[in-house]
Design a protein around this ligand. Structure first.
Ligand SMILES: *[C@@H]1O[C@H](CO)[C@@H](O)[C@H](O)[C@H]1NC(C)=O
Ligand SMILES: *[C@@H]1O[C@H](CO)[C@@H](O)[C@H](O)[C@H]1NC(C)=O
Ligand SMILES: *[C@@H]1O[C@H](CO)[C@@H](O)[C@H](O)[C@H]1NC(C)=O
Ligand SMILES: *[C@@H]1O[C@H](CO)[C@@H](O)[C@H](O)[C@H]1NC(C)=O
Ligand SMILES: *[C@@H]1O[C@H](CO)[C@@H](O)[C@H](O)[C@H]1NC(C)=O
Ligand SMILES: *[C@@H]1O[C@H](CO)[C@@H](O)[C@H](O)[C@H]1NC(C)=O
Ligand SMILES: *[C@@H]1O[C@H](CO)[C@@H](O)[C@H](O)[C@H]1NC(C)=O
Ligand SMILES: *[C@@H]1O[C@H](CO)[C@@H](O)[C@H](O)[C@H]1NC(C)=O
Ligand SMILES: *[C@@H]1O[C@H](CO)[C@@H](O)[C@H](O)[C@H]1NC(C)=O
Ligand SMILES: *[C@@H]1O[C@H](CO)[C@@H](O)[C@H](O)[C@H]1NC(C)=O
Ligand SMILES: *[C@@H]1O[C@H](CO)[C@@H](O)[C@H](O)[C@H]1NC(C)=O
Ligand SMILES: *[C@@H]1O[C@H](CO)[C@@H](O)[C@H](O)[C@H]1NC(C)=O
Length: 815
């Protein structure tokens, strides 16, 4: 890892004393992991206020009837059954709550992940979060969420461990950014909401994860002593130290959308937050989530993210997953901080049984709300055979696996996946109208990302040969098939009478050769297509932002010979693109991780069957070193609590940073070209309410928080025209500049609206954006409220964060 990254880990900790540190306040029970009371390691951000007790669910927001059913259920449970309801067991799914046949409760099956039901055969692999976010299309987000939900349900999974809003994308290097959506809370919030609605309309519980501050993989878990006991920790996980305003305006924001969408569950994250583990941080779970956001469902731990029993329970954790102890919770035989410990703690009076009851009410309310007690499909027994995380030999309990085996749940999702990934493809460059391809007489295909994957369906390691259509880790998918670019291009070439001169898939060979000699033809092909890939996976941060396997050199080598070089990237996200201004590189397409129809999706775009309308969900800087928030990668000391990640850039992540410091970029957030062109005109803003006080009316909390924050205050309208030669979809984007009276550190422009509008050649349509109270507010740390500042707001609409064409001003609060 580069030296400049190291520097971020070496930031000196500031000494503060006397601050209250919540993790120390509930460690009276001997079985709970004893937390440090030493506040020396905590800096200016570093303390977590104690927020107790954990609020009871009320079912508010539409779950009232289901809550009563859940309470009836809980009333029939023995204490041992109650402990079972909150503690995972190894079994057929990646997470399992055992059945209680006496009550006709067949248990809960929890399955990964955010782009596919992973531990399953005959299931689809959908485009990744970053890919689908690039569509900026609410309908696509919902359709994908619904189709995924159908597959989870048909396989007998009650709970989908999807979608992801953390990581949000603070660091370009984070290994899991692609699982989530965009390096912007607004776009991610919309994506969360529509994905969750899709999953849950299909009858499956969605899980908003990873809550919260999970912005790097490095040291996300503690370092355990391999010669010690399973809970013997040498160094604790990294602590994300986030100030109150930043957590509200950036990291909590999309999770508020999730709570408002009535997400069934939240998964707390691995790392520490202000010094205290996220799964036992009472400020985060009791305070932010259950009180402020009015969340009515349950909080489950990330796998092995539980580090105490009663302390976690009182801090708001409702379910321990997967139920084992040790590194990643992989040792179920060693017991659980929950399980039998919960029974004992209730029996001896340490834990109030009403809290345990609330945990189960929270777990069972969404279950009844989604009618999962009625005719829910059984767990597909094939999952048990495929599950390498908890193979049968690890099971301690019985599971009823009598249902139909190896159900094919893919339905008609292939064409949907193809369409979504095509719509997500971002055209970054298109010189001399290189694209769409007309009917080239000759093309050549280059790069190790173009061809067939030969290493099997599991997609868990960097492989040299074969196209990359998903990242690695628990968020990947198990491919039943994968259409490679090369096979799709070959099929298309046959139709159009194009000669596919040759294909060269060995990057080492391309880089070290004279491509003219390689091809051994006198004139270059009419088009040279170069396919590049960038791997990223859970549990490891990226070490650089280059494309893998010398991809940039491959492009140079091809472009030295071919003056119509078209580059396609299959990547987890941010890449340095040193060839972007090469005169012979005529087109660049960022296709991210497209899922199983990859080749078909890209061919649709290359040949113009689909006019690209993807827009970047992050910024591509000129140089990798321009990014401001790399992960903390090492600490120089060996102290147990020394891993600290200071979020000192505060609100300035991604374009907020580049804009605040006027740093030129290669391709800005929101950027994306089309085969047509668009204009904007006639912006107007109209108030929707009579008077706008600075503070919201104090209404009873609903899921999503104070409903007043979601009240539309203004309608902004603008006319969008297709001024070019073909039909295409525009993505008008609305950015707000807050008045000068807003506390310092407010980014110059923040996304607060977008739409996707399909227009025929010459067609105009008026689009409108509703600005809600939250959109015009900042988090005031003194009053602990969202407030609209006094003064003039500037509202701009354009086609990227730096292509802002229409402007209108408004002053909401009278002084
Ligand atoms: C209650 O039980 C828990 C779990 O075994 C134990 O850690 C704790 O010390 C007990 N407390 C009392 C007061 O007996
Ligand atoms: C607190 O932690 C700091 C840094 O690790 C250490 O130097 C100091 O001795 C600790 N203080 C106590 C009271 O343990
Ligand atoms: C983190 O620390 C800051 C500064 O002390 C505090 O304002 C904020 O509430 C804390 N957040 C959490 C979740 O502990
Ligand atoms: C939750 O409800 C129980 C009664 O069911 C009550 O005893 C307990 O005090 C309530 N807890 C909170 C935090 O309101
Ligand atoms: C369980 O289901 C059976 C058959 O549908 C029904 O007769 C019985 O009453 C149910 N038991 C409970 C406790 O709901
Ligand atoms: C690891 O555990 C062993 C056995 O308990 C102990 O001897 C050793 O000192 C521990 N190592 C560290 C780094 O804590
Ligand atoms: C209770 O928790 C401890 C860790 O503190 C663990 O070693 C033990 O196995 C647990 N007991 C049960 C019954 O799970
Ligand atoms: C096992 O599941 C099947 C449905 O797949 C159900 O008919 C049967 O009653 C269950 N058996 C037990 C013992 O729960
Ligand atoms: C790729 O090309 C390099 C350099 O020509 C060669 O050493 C290597 O064996 C080739 N790899 C394969 C799989 O053919
Ligand atoms: C590549 O080979 C061609 C034909 O053999 C030759 O004309 C050209 O100069 C070579 N280019 C380089 C950079 O060596
Ligand atoms: C662009 O391609 C032409 C061949 O068409 C070649 O002569 C030229 O050197 C290339 N330019 C660069 C900068 O590589
Ligand atoms: C690319 O090279 C071909 C000859 O190989 C030439 O006909 C064409 O005009 C060149 N295109 C550009 C944009 O320079």
């Amino acid at each position: 890892m580069a030296a400049h990254l190291l520097a971020w880990g070496l930031l000196a900790a500031t000494t503060v004393t006397g601050q209250q540190y919540d993790s120390g306040t509930r460690d009276a029970d001997a079985f709970s992991y004893v937390q440090p009371r030493n506040t020396t390691i905590l800096g200016p951000y570093g303390h977590s206020p104690a927020v107790y007790p954990s609020p009871n669910a009320t079912g508010s927001g539409g779950w009232e009837t289901a809550l009563v059913q859940a309470q009836d259920f809980v009333a029939q449970l023995s204490l041992d059954e109650k402990a079972d309801m909150v503690t995972g067991q190894f079994g057929p799914c990646v997470g399992n709550i055992v059945a209680i046949p006496r009550l006709n409760f067949s248990g809960l099956c929890l399955q990964d992940g955010p782009l596919s039901i992973r531990v399953a055969d005959y299931a689809s692999v959908f485009p990744a979060g970053v890919t689908v976010a690039s569509t900026w299309d609410r309908q696509v987000l919902y359709e994908r969420g619904f189709a995924m939900g159908q597959e989870f349900k048909a396989k007998g999974a009650h709970v989908a461990l999807s979608p992801v809003a953390g990581p949000l994308g603070r660091s370009a290097y984070s290994g899991r950014n692609w699982e989530g959506f965009a390096a912007d809370p607004y776009l991610t919030g919309v994506a969360m909401e529509h994905t969750i609605q899709g999953h849950q309309d299909a009858g499956v519980q969605a899980t908003a994860k990873h809550f919260i501050g999970n912005e790097q993989e490095t040291q996300r878990n503690p370092t355990f002593n391999s010669s010690g006991t399973v809970t013997d920790i040498i160094q604790e996980a990294v602590s994300s130290n986030i100030d109150d305003r930043t957590i509200h305006e950036i990291y909590l924001w999309p999770f508020a959308n999730a709570a408002r969408a009535k997400v069934a569950s939240f998964m707390c994250s691995y790392q520490r937050l202000n010094g205290s583990y996220a799964c036992e941080n009472s400020k985060a779970l009791n305070g932010l989530l259950k009180e402020e956001l009015g969340f009515q469902g349950y909080v489950m731990s990330d796998w092995g993210g539980t580090h105490s029993g009663v302390a976690s329970i009182e801090s708001g954790l409702d379910m321990d997953m997967p139920g084992g102890l040790g590194s990643y919770g992989t040792n179920v035989k060693a017991g659980s901080f929950f399980g039998g410990n919960v029974t004992r703690a209730v029996t001896n009076g340490t834990l109030d049984e009403s809290r345990l009851d609330d945990m189960i009410v929270r777990i069972m309310t969404p279950y009844y709300w989604l009618n999962q007690d009625q005719d829910f499909p059984s767990v597909d027994p094939s999952s048990a055979d495929i599950n390498t995380f908890s193979p049968r030999s690890s099971w301690l309990r019985e599971f009823n696996l009598t249902g139909e085996r190896s159900r094919d749940v893919r339905g008609d999702h292939g064409p949907i996946i193809r369409r979504h990934a095509a719509e997500a493809t971002i055209l970054l460059k298109n010189k001399h109208n290189a694209l769409p391809l007309k009917a080239p007489k000759t093309i050549a295909v280059f790069g190790n990302d173009a061809g067939e994957v030969v290493t099997g369906p599991l997609n868990q390691d960097v492989f040299e040969y074969g196209t990359l259509a998903a990242g690695g880790g628990s968020g990947t998918g198990r491919f039943t098939y994968l259409v490679s670019p090369l096979s799709a291009i070959s099929a298309r070439a046959q139709q159009t009478g194009t000669k596919l001169v040759q294909n060269w898939l060995n990057n080492t060979q391309i880089v070290s050769s004279n491509v003219s000699d390689l091809l051994a033809i006198p004139t270059p092909p009419e088009a040279c297509l170069v396919f590049l890939k960038t791997w990223a996976e859970e549990a490891a941060d990226r070490e650089h932002l280059n494309v893998d396997f010398n991809g940039a050199e491959v492009v140079e080598s091809v472009a030295a010979f071919c003056n119509n070089t078209i580059v396609v990237t299959h990547s987890s996200g941010i890449n340095e693109l040193p060839f972007a201004n090469h005169p012979n590189v005529t087109a660049i397409l960022a296709a991210h991780y497209p899922g199983q129809e990859s080749g078909n999706s890209i061919v649709d775009v290359l040949y113009g069957d689909v006019n690209p309308s993807g827009h970047l969900p992050y910024t591509i800087a000129r140089n990798g070193s321009d990014y401001n928030a790399p992960p903390t990668t090492a600490v120089s000391t060996t102290g147990r609590y020394d891993w600290q990640s200071w979020f000192t850039e505060r609100l300035e992540i991604d374009y907020r940073y580049f804009d605040a410091h006027n740093i030129p970029v290669l391709y800005e957030f929101g950027f994306g070209l089309s085969y047509t062109t668009f204009n904007l005109s006639n912006i107007a803003i109209e108030p929707l309410v009579d008077s706008i006080p600075s503070a919201p009316e104090s209404l009873p909390i609903q899921p999503g928080g104070n409903p007043a924050l979601w009240e539309p205050l203004y309608n902004v309208s603008v006319s969008v025209t297709n001024s070019g030669p073909v039909q295409g979809a525009a993505v008008p984007q609305l950015y707000v500049t807050f008045p000068d009276s807003t506390p310092s550190g407010t980014p110059p422009r923040q996304l607060r609206g977008f739409d996707k509008v399909l227009l025929d050649k010459g067609e105009s349509r008026t689009v409108s954006f509703e600005l809600m109270r939250r959109d015009l507010s900042y988090w005031d740390i003194v009053s602990q409220e969202w407030r609209i500042p006094e003064g003039e707001f500037v509202v701009r609409v354009g086609f990227s964060s730096r292509d802002l064409r229409e402007v209108v001003r408004v002053t909401p609060v009278s002084s």
